[in-house]
Write a protein that binds this ligand. Structure first.
Ligand SMILES: Nc1ncnc2c1ncn2[C@@H]1O[C@H](COP(=O)(O)OP(=O)(O)OP(=O)(O)O)[C@@H](O)[C@H]1O
Ligand SMILES: [Mg+2]
Length: 156
């Protein structure tokens, strides 16, 4: 399986990478965000929202689980960090086919409720403002998305 790895040297760079990806997103895309506490999952989501032409400020939905925003496509932003057990029925599957983009922070905590195909994005601390970002696509749609993203931004 192909994975894509790159560095970010500050939140602006992460926002810009995410915005670029957000520009390419299509109805019913699913992005799963993983990685260290405070590594930048919500920051990445802000960038995705910018790429979806969402004007409202995106912030962490920890206490509401799901927040919905409207732009070129709807964005369903979830943070399942506080979910008590992986089988707790959040009804999140209802969001997957509503023609928006679903983004889930800490998605592995509800692994059982997720479809097989998604783009998993890992963010790791590598110093104060430095992060490693890894894209791990599953399925033809996400593989094509990553390949296009990579070719247009990182191949020389
Ligand atoms: N290269 C970088 N990429 C992303 N964020 C960065 C970077 N450098 C510094 N930061 C800062 O790190 C913090 C990341 O916070 P953020 O809420 O996005 O992380 P998170 O992974 O969503 O946290 P949580 O685990 O609590 O959900 C922000 O304050 C951001 O400004
Ligand atoms: Mg967060």
């Amino acid at each position: 399986m192909q994975i894509y790895e790159f560095k970010s040297n500050g939140s602006e760079e992460t926002l810009s990478i995410a915005k670029n990806l957000g520009n390419r997103l299509e109805p019913n895309d699913l992005i799963l965000l993983e990685g260290d506490l405070g590594a930048g999952k919500t920051t990445f989501t802000k960038g995705l929202a910018a790429g979806l032409d969402i004007q409202r400020n995106v912030n962490s939905p920890t206490f509401t689980i799901i927040k919905e925003y409207h732009g070129r496509l709807p964005l369903y932003h979830m943070d399942v960090y506080r979910v008590e057990n992986e089988f707790e029925d959040l009804g999140i599957d209802e969001y997957f086919d509503r023609d928006g983009v679903t983004v889930i922070e800490w998605a592995h905590l509800i692994e059982e409720q997720l479809p097989n195909e998604s783009l998993v994005i890992y963010l790791y601390h590598e110093g104060e403002d430095r992060r490693k970002i890894v894209f791990k696509p599953t399925g033809a749609r996400y593989e094509a998305l990553c390949k296009e993203f990579w070719n247009e931004n990182f191949s020389d």
